[in-house]
Ligand binder design. Structure first.
Ligand SMILES: C[S@@+](CC[C@H](N)C(=O)[O-])C[C@H]1O[C@@H](n2cnc3c(N)ncnc32)[C@H](O)[C@@H]1O
Ligand code: SF4
Ligand code: SF4
Length: 328
């Protein structure tokens, strides 16, 4: 089994926002919300059998869970680093509580999908409050901003995010939107633009801004940063009612339902990840980018959501788009 350092769990499916692009279309959870004792038992199991050191709490909006702060404290007491993934749309009281807990290994991942674009997706006024909260927290809390690359976002917004990150010494992470849940294929950043932006993000990195992106530029070549955890068999997504899927973007795909943590061990559930998820299109098997490990065959969730089955070619195919990247 691949090394599994982080563990993702949806601790609350409800949300204070209703973003136009949210993949988390789990709707009303099918079963009752995992209780705090259940999550603590799961964390013990994941520490024992997978050796995790970090636990990522997501949602829905995890800060809407009524007992979120006692839950975070209890996980910290076990020695886990807690990473809280939030939309950043919270009040002053929450800012103070986060500051208190951050003394003991708490990091925030705050979503900001641009500025105007963030308001378009998340609701008017969300960006202003999110930026204000980042400004209040950045001195005392480890923060990363997660930004989705979509057909809506302008490059100028990316540059303004870089300025915000530089001002507050925080990291930026960029990922393409996945056409899943409420997001459809019209929201995908076109492939040519996507690869060109990877080079431009590299230029921003070279200026000293801390940026995590899908590709690094190595001697002029784009090289995919990480193997997809689903392809490596090194991740599972635990939904708010304990249902398990290979990845958050595959939630609600009935064929990808692995079982429930209420009935089976995490290790048993991970063994049920279908081989199909990792299948490659025949072109990928003999592709020079794949042989050089520059492309790993794309995102299985994006492929399934767009093409209706695994083993197809990703829209972000380097072989198709890199040769004439700057010609259009
Ligand atoms: C579902 S949200 C839950 C946490 C929190 N409510 C938030 O918005 O950050 C987790 C992450 O998924 C991202 N996300 C939402 N919809 C997405 C989509 N269609 N494709 C890719 N990422 C998406 C969000 O931007 C966020 O960074
Ligand atoms: S992306 Fe986050 S904030 Fe927006 S609706 Fe989904 S869970 Fe809520
Ligand atoms: S997606 Fe394209 S670039 Fe990547 S391995 Fe397959 S054929 Fe090659």
């Amino acid at each position: 089994m691949a090394k599994h350092e982080r563990f993702y769990i949806n601790v609350f499916n409800g949300c204070n926002l209703n973003c136009r692009h949210c993949f988390n279309n789990e709707g009303a959870t099918k079963g009752p919300l995992l209780t705090t004792p259940e999550i603590l038992r799961l964390s013990d199991e994941a520490m024992d059998c997978l050796g995790i050191t970090e636990m990522q709490l997501t949602g829905g909006e995890p800060l809407q869970r009524p007992d979120i702060f006692p839950l975070i404290s209890a996980l910290q007491e076990k020695g886990l680093k807690v990473i809280l993934q939030t939309n950043g749309f919270f009040d002053r009281d929450t800012v103070r509580k986060i500051q208190d807990l951050s003394r003991n290994n708490l990091s925030l991942i705050i979503s900001m999908d641009g500025f105007e674009t963030n308001d378009y997706f998340r609701g008017r006024g969300v960006t202003a409050r999110t930026v204000a909260n980042i400004e209040m927290l950045s001195e005392s809390v480890d923060i990363r901003i997660n930004t989705l690359l979509s057909s809506r976002i302008e490059w100028e917004e990316v540059e303004n995010l870089a300025k915000l990150a530089e001002r507050h010494s925080i990291q930026l992470a960029f990922n393409p939107i996945c056409p899943s849940g409420r997001a459809d294929s019209t929201l995908l950043l076109p492939a040519q633009k996507y690869f060109q932006w990877m080079y431009r993000l590299e230029e921003l990195s070279a200026m000293g801004i801390s940026i995590r992106k899908c590709f690094n530029v190595v001697e002029g070549h784009l090289v995919e940063n990480e193997d997809c955890p689903v392809r490596k068999g090194a991740t599972v997504h635990i939904a708010a009612d304990g249902a398990v899927y290979p990845c958050g973007f595959l939630v609600n795909k009935q064929a990808c339902f692995l079982g429930s943590v209420r009935e089976s061990s995490i290790l048993d559930l991970m063994k049920r990840i279908p081989d199909d998820c990792r299948s490659l299109h025949p072109d990928c098997q003999k592709c020079e980018y794949h042989i050089r490990r520059e492309c790993k065959g794309g995102c299985p969730a994006r492929i399934l959501n767009l093409k209706g089955r695994f083993g197809e070619k990703d829209i972000y195919c380097m072989a198709e788009h890199l040769p004439n990247l700057w010609n259009r």
